[in-house]
Design a binder for this molecule. Structure first.
Ligand SMILES: [Zn+2]
Length: 613
């Protein structure tokens, strides 16, 4: 392949909006171009690397018996209405209506589309387990696309969906997928951190994310120095720094020496910080009471205080019943924060947020800042575990400028539900080994889920088991973002001069740089190109009429692993020689021009073997 015959428009200048290395380098190396905000086109060089990544993923999926299919990108809105996600996806989903008035969706993910396909042809348990995958474009209408292909609106995803007769079979495929993902990322030369993740609104019983460390990461990870514990903050738990009482009765007994509750006037004191100063104590002695409004709550609230007459409806036939709106009081120790992902998972809520001030006043009878559990009726109280160990606390007194002191859990109030809903932070203790946890920012490259019956039930998927009985299959879902993975490889493998591709993803293996493309130099370069191609190597020859310095700069920028410089001087030696350099290394090596192809093939084989091992 000759450079003059390819479309590789390299650039010296950096686009103004490119703040991360991968965005800058993919742009400058002529791999991608921006068509509009969040919409990127891959040019020939970028597409070559993307295709290699696809192939690695394909090989690893095929190795665990997942089968590739090619569903459409545009799917009927109907299947999204069946699952109940037509509404839940909100504005992130791009919708259209065709000339016949039919609702259409540009797929943001494909649980519905693939499940609808499987439904038509699944009849017997003999067809299970079944794993299908696609490598296809998706669209999510991100509010703020940025960082190039790292967070674009249109992106390429490998998404797989598996269907099973039982939990055990789902577990096996889930584990196989986890192992396949680890192999994919290793073959890409990526350092990935697998973390426990929140399966939240997706439901299901297990979820693992594959993260890369990144300053611009939109996830916070908590990691242990001593053991392999790693979790997304949405899911992270920690070893309590207190001893929770085993029961409400035990809590009541433990606070037997607490003085009787009394009201204290706290004029113009609103925040916990103000209160700490006012009462000369620490935030650890306060119980924070937050009022949350949750939407589409799946948890059964029929026995919860104040919820007996709440509206409940079924968004789609076969889907679980939901409460469109419900309010909750949430209690947590004053020095801690509520983890809204954990809270949403506890309530099986579609969305939740702090209630509006007017709702807080209506529900607590007091202005914001004076809510407390003592005497609070009419809504369910969710108690974080930390609060159960509080035997002498300060809380709001449900009246303006008043607080209670000497409040004890078990004696003065209890909750409807006790749950771990705290946000774990840097310095909290590892739930496995007790060592301090530390935080890192991460970007998610892959995510695997056990979904259970979330889609198969409302979408009426069924098969006949070995006794001829109709059954619903359980399901898993598994995604990898390809653009993001490619960008992350560049984030991990570059220097100030450009990209340093791992051999598995490099657009070409070798770049031949003739110092001047004519005479013996040209002949040698062309011969070497042919020899390398015959050995199965992919070669780019910089046949441009440019100064060597310009050619070297571009070779460094696009990051092809092996560079061969062909120059007059080395060719006139008794044995004609060429100069080989591994991108990212400083030393040049002179090898005989005749042996260069074999030498390069051996170097490539060794590197491929190490990554693909
Ligand atoms: Zn640990």
């Amino acid at each position: 392949m000759k450079l003059t015959q390819t479309f590789i428009p390299t650039l010296r200048e950096v686009p103004a909006d490119a703040v991360i290395a991968s965005h800058r380098l993919m742009f400058r190396a002529g791999m991608i171009r921006k068509l509009a905000n969040g919409l990127f086109a891959y040019l020939p060089l970028g597409l070559r690397s993307l295709r290699k990544l696809e192939q690695i993923i394909r090989e690893e999926m095929d190795a665990i018996n997942a089968q590739e299919i090619k569903p459409t990108v545009v799917v009927p809105g109907e299947v999204w209405k069946e699952s109940g996600r037509w509404e839940a996806m909100g504005d992130a989903m791009l919708r259209a209506r065709n000339r016949l008035g039919v609702d259409l969706v540009v797929s943001p993910t494909a649980e519905e589309a693939v499940t609808a396909l499987v439904r038509d042809d699944l009849s017997s348990y003999r067809q299970l387990p079944l794993s299908l995958y696609q490598i296809n474009s998706k669209y999510r209408d991100e509010i703020r696309p940025r960082y190039g292909v790292m967070r674009g609106r249109e992106f390429i995803m490998k998404d797989a969906y598996s269907y099973h007769a039982d939990e055990e079979s789902l577990d096996k495929t889930y584990r196989d997928m986890g192992r396949a993902y680890r192999r994919v990322f290793r073959r890409c030369g990526l350092t990935v951190i697998p973390v426990q993740a929140d399966s939240g609104a997706m439901g299901g019983s297990g979820s693992e994310e594959f993260m890369v460390e990144s300053e611009i990461g939109d996830n916070t990870l908590l990691l242990c120095k001593s053991c392999d514990y790693a979790a997304n903050v949405e899911k992270a738990s920690c070893k309590p720094d207190f001893r929770p009482p085993p029961s409400v009765e035990a809590a009541r007994e433990a606070s037997s020496s607490t003085p009787a509750t009394e009201i204290i006037d706290t004029p113009s004191v609103k925040t916990i910080g103000d209160l700490c100063v006012f009462l000369k104590t620490s935030a650890k002695n306060f119980i924070k009471t937050l009022i949350y409004r949750a939407v589409n709550v799946e948890l059964d609230l029929s026995a919860a205080p104040g919820c007996a007459s709440l509206e409940r409806r079924r968004p789609a036939p076969g889907a679980p019943e939901l409460y469109p709106e419900a309010f909750f009081a949430v209690l947590i120790r004053g020095d801690l924060d509520v983890n809204e992902a954990k809270l949403a998972a506890t309530l099986k809520a579609g969305e939740l947020a702090l209630a509006a001030d007017t709702d807080v006043e209506r529900l607590t009878g007091a202005p914001v800042g004076f809510a407390g559990p003592v005497g609070l009726t009419g809504l369910p109280i969710i108690v974080d575990q930390t609060v159960t160990a509080m035997g002498d606390a300060v809380t709001g007194a449900l009246a303006k400028d008043q607080h209670y002191r000497h409040v004890a859990y078990g004696r003065d109030f209890t909750g409807w539900l006790v749950q771990d809903i705290r946000t774990v932070k840097d310095g909290d203790l590892c739930p496995h080994c007790g060592t301090s946890l530390y935080e890192k920012k991460g970007n998610e490259l892959g995510h695997i889920f056990k979904l259970g019956y979330k889609y198969t039930r409302p979408m009426n998927v069924s098969y006949l088991d070995e006794h001829g009985k109709t059954q619903t299959p359980t399901m898993g879902s598994y995604g990898i973002g390809l653009d993001r993975t490619l960008a992350s490889v560049i984030e991990e493998h570059h220097d100030e001069n450009g990209i340093i591709w791992p051999v598995t993803l490099a657009p070409c293996h070798v770049i031949i740089v003739p110092v001047k493309y004519n005479g013996a130099v040209k002949t040698t370069a062309d011969t070497l190109e042919k020899e390398l191609e015959q050995l199965g190597l992919e070669v780019l020859v910089d046949d441009r009429d440019e100064r060597p310095g310009v050619k070297f700069k571009d070779a460094d920028l696009i990051g092809i692993p092996f560079r061969v410089v062909v120059g007059d001087k080395n060719l006139t030696a008794s044995t004609p020689q060429v100069e080989i350099r591994r991108r990212g290394k400083v030393e040049n090596r002179l090898v005989s021009a005749a042996a260069a192809a074999q030498e390069l093939a051996a170097m490539l084989r060794a590197e491929l073997a190490a990554l693909n091992a």
